[in-house]
Structures are given as C-alpha cells and as structure tokens.
Design a protein around this ligand. Structure first.
Ligand SMILES: [Zn+2]
Ligand SMILES: [Zn+2]
Length: 349
C-alpha cells in the first residue's frame, strides 16, 4: 500500500483539511499515477455537502486528474513510466452489461465505479484526485497529448467530456444553431467545442458580465437571461441547447427557444427536480434530454481533438491551502473558468 498526501472532507459541513489516504498496491493491470494537477468541479462540492445523497467521510474528492505514470503492473500494455495521463469521473465498470459491451461504460447498468465516493471492487471507498497519487486500472486511464498545457488539461476530464459528448451526439456543426446556458466551467468549454465544430454559438448567461470572454472563446451571440426580452427574441431559434447550470432554472422558458425537432440537453445537475410542462415539448416536437460525461473511448477522442484544435480550459491555478476559498468562489460563480490545484503544494501531514 502507498500512502498519498491529500486534502479531504471530514464531514459535510467542515472545511477540507490536509490528510493522508491509502492507495492499493499496483495490480497486474494497474497504473500508478503521480498526480500533478486536479481540477475543482462543482460536483465535488455537491457530493461532499450531501446534496446528492449521503457519502462516507472522510472523503477525498476530485475527478479531473492529470499526472505522470510512475509505475505499471506486469500486464499493463498501453502505458509506460513517464507517460502523461489523465483520469476522469470513473475508474471502472462491470464490463459485462449491454452498455459496457457497447462501449458506453459511463452508462454501466450496474453503475460505473466513480473516481470518488464509490464502492471499489475490493470493497473500499474510492478516493479522488485532490491527492498526490492514484492507482487506476489502465482501461480507465487516458492519454494526454503533449501539446496541451498540462495544468489546463485536467478539467477536460470532466468539464471537457461532459460538454463534448452531447455536442457530438446531437451533431453540433455547420448550419446548426447551438445555445449554451451558463458560462462557468462547463459552459466555457461548451462554447469552445461548439465553435470548433462549426456551429453558430449563442451564450445564454444570467448577465452580460462575461460577454467579452464568451465572444473571445467563440460565441457568435451573447444574451442575458435576466432580461425578459431575451426569451421573446429567441423563441423557436435553436437546434440544440446545452444547459450547463447546476441550479434550478425555468426549463420551460428555455424549451420554447427550441426550433423544430430541437433538443435541450441538461448536463448541469441540480439537487432538485426541474419541473417540465409537457406542453412546452409539443410545439416544434421538442425533446428534453440528459447526458452524463462520455465513454473512455470518446474521452480519448475529445483529448485528441483538443490537441488538434488547440483547445484547453481557461484556469486559475491554486495551491492546496486555497481549496476551501476556491470552493466558496465556485459556489458564487466567481472563477474564470476552472480552479486547478497544483498538487505539489499538498502538505505532508
Ligand atoms: Zn465533474
Ligand atoms: Zn456495465
């Protein structure tokens, strides 16, 4: 067993504190990764604070992991010591159900093994990326191309794939009008991807405070949702709306912005239900959908696409002693656009 430095939550209500966690011995198909950078995702906060149900404490979160391979098991074929690799939101799945066999292990019918707060095969609770090392089965490890800034690559493993996957699935591209709701960690990546794919991109954000950024990242148009005129002006406009907001919004008002056969897909995950009036779906034969991260195969495709297109996240790099403040700023939507922890700053306990 290896003892890793970490920053962990002692409970739902206390600040995170420096700690140590145990990592399992490197198995035949395992890769030991020295974590260099870990992104801070809104899900980390929801999970620790119990918004999505009870979790075991102490808990180390973090599922946007970028690091270097420092050891491989004897049967590992795809990675070698020194490789730049990433780990996202899941570290295993059953590999036998219909969805796993279809290469959609994020939708494993037996539940994929989350990078943190999940029950691992050996019965222990998985612990995430706010730590110095992690041991992961090679099938759930991604290769991070050398041309992507390493720190800025970490959030691609969640914010990146979570937005890339629905944009690909619903065919964002030339001739398509795509709206992105929210200009946070997920939203700013959605804008970059939708623009790179060739769609006409509109940002729907609460205010116009990030309009300049939005247009720099590739938005063609930018509207404030606090202005009721926005919803009148944009009715029946979009082929695809990607909702990245993880708070309850008036989903019916947004559904009315969809054109014929348009789809509104939610990737933000509020703890409360979003009430949909079915009448909002009748007009224009609209669809309301959800999408969760992406498969390992698609995540690798996304990383390669980022290298090819010169895409990475806009980040604020922080030290471990700033994590609690960073969480408060995430909750206040005060980050441009993702906090990334430099794990070299994790203190020895
Ligand atoms: Zn996440
Ligand atoms: Zn499965």
């Amino acid at each position: 067993m290896l003892t890793a430095r970490a920053y962990s939550a002692p409970s739902a209500t206390e600040p995170l504190v420096p700690s140590t966690i145990e990592r399992r011995d490197v198995g035949a198909h395992d890769v030991l990764i020295e974590i260099k950078f870990a992104g801070i995702c809104h899900s980390d906060i929801h999970t620790v604070r119990g918004d999505w149900g009870t979790v075991p404490y102490p808990l180390t979160v973090g599922h946007e992991i970028a690091g270097i391979v420092t050891e491989v098991g004897p049967d590992v074929s795809r990675y070698a010591v020194g490789d730049r690799v990433g780990v996202g939101c899941m570290v295993n799945s059953c590999r036998e159900c219909d969805n796993c066999r279809a290469g959609q292990e994020q939708y494993c019918l037996n539940g994929n093994t989350g990078t943190y707060a999940s029950r691992d095969l050996d019965g222990t609770v998985t612990q995430g990326g706010y730590s110095s090392h992690i041991v992961v089965n090679e099938d759930f490890v991604l290769r991070i191309p050398g041309s992507i800034d390493f720190a800025a690559s970490a959030p691609l493993l969640c914010a990146g794939i979570t937005t890339y996957s629905p944009l690909r699935h619903w065919n964002a591209g030339p001739g398509k009008k795509v709206a992105i709701v929210g200009m946070g960690g997920l939203g700013h990546m959605a804008v970059k991807f939708a623009h790179a794919m060739g769609a006409h991109v509109t940002v729907l954000s609460q205010t116009l405070s990030k309009e300049e950024d939005g247009k720099r990242l590739g938005a063609d148009e930018y509207f404030a949702t606090s202005d009721p005129d926005t919803f009148k002006q944009l009715q029946n406009r979009f082929d695809l709306i990607v909702n990245t907001v993880s708070a309850v919004i008036d989903i019916n008002a947004y559904l009315k912005l969809l054109a014929l056969d348009g789809t509104l897909v939610s990737v933000g995950a509020p703890g409360e239900p979003l009430p949909v009036a079915v009448f909002s779906l009748f007009g224009n034969r609209r669809s309301f959908a959800g999408s969760g991260i992406g498969s390992i195969g698609e995540t690798q495709e996304m990383l390669d696409y980022c290298a090819e297109q010169g895409i990475a996240c806009d980040i604020e790099l922080i030290g471990a002693d700033y994590i609690n403040q960073a969480w408060e700023r995430v909750l206040a939507s005060d980050v441009r656009y993702r906090f990334v922890i430099d794990t070299a700053t994790l203190p020895a306990v």
